[in-house]
Ligand binder design. Sequence first.
Ligand SMILES: Cc1cc2nc3c(=O)[nH]c(=O)nc-3n(C[C@H](O)[C@H](O)[C@H](O)COP(=O)(O)OP(=O)(O)OC[C@H]3O[C@@H](n4cnc5c(N)ncnc54)[C@H](O)[C@@H]3O)c2cc1C
Length: 261
Amino acid sequence: MKVVVCVKQTPSTTATFKVSNNVVSWEDAGSGKPNVVNPWDEYTIEEGIRLSEKHGASEVIALTVGPAESVEALRTSLAMGCTNAVLVSDEAYSEGDAVSTAKVLAAAVQKVGDVSIVVCGKQAIDGDSGLTPVMLARKLGWTPLTYVAAINEVSGDTITVERLIESGRQVVTAKLPVVISVVKEINEPRYPSFMGIRKANRAEIPTWNAADLGVAGEASRVNWAHIYTPPVREGEVEMLTGTVQEQVEALVEKLFAEKVI
Ligand SMILES: Cc1cc2nc3c(=O)[nH]c(=O)nc-3n(C[C@H](O)[C@H](O)[C@H](O)COP(=O)(O)OP(=O)(O)OC[C@H]3O[C@@H](n4cnc5c(N)ncnc54)[C@H](O)[C@@H]3O)c2cc1C
């Protein structure tokens, strides 16, 4: 059984963003490392590895569509324990939206061949649409299983999972192949091991382009017409002094004055 884990590289959660002429850029003064594995995809990678450890998957292939530097997200995936990795990168794909990303991912999954389960994250912290997993399932013609919080069993050609829904959990069984999107309740992602990091740094990661996949790039159907940073929030902080009793009385007085209570 082959498993593909879809891993997106995103800006670091500590990055500072700038928008100029509708173009977003970011930098990270703290670590100097502005890109990371999409934090939700740490659970994606972990679950792929667990599918090999618990359910006998023979290969766990990390797959990223993105610019050349996103190979780093694949090295992290390998360091954590994925068996292989593929980067899909082509200038023709750079202006795509979730529809085109799903189309490219689907072609890559088909090129890998003989895949039973594709694992995705719930959402990417930059694009944030949460659409890619279901669109990928649609493009492949496979069953989508979203918000998966546990994989209970993979047996023969069926899979049983628990979906996290608002009022609890829903146990569902589906025929393979499936595309799963996972939530953080599903596992605790492991840290890459020292040996894993060394192996990942030496790994040859193939890059597939539009010609390899036979899929042309396409313009976004959803046009991000205006991107802007929200105005800086204004506010004042007043520190109350005195004994606890005095501070509480002063606070209550102010809350009354502002008609909060
Ligand atoms: C320069 C640029 C211009 C863009 N312009 C537009 C635009 O005009 N309109 C528009 O709608 N979007 C645009 N996008 C957004 C971008 O195309 C989407 O972010 C992307 O298609 C995936 O959607 P998402 O980020 O919302 O992922 P989600 O659907 O939130 O991601 C869910 C899961 O899908 C998987 N996944 C998502 N993306 C990838 C990937 N690339 N590789 C591997 N796995 C993945 C991961 O497992 C992830 O956890 C632009 C992006 C860039 C970089």
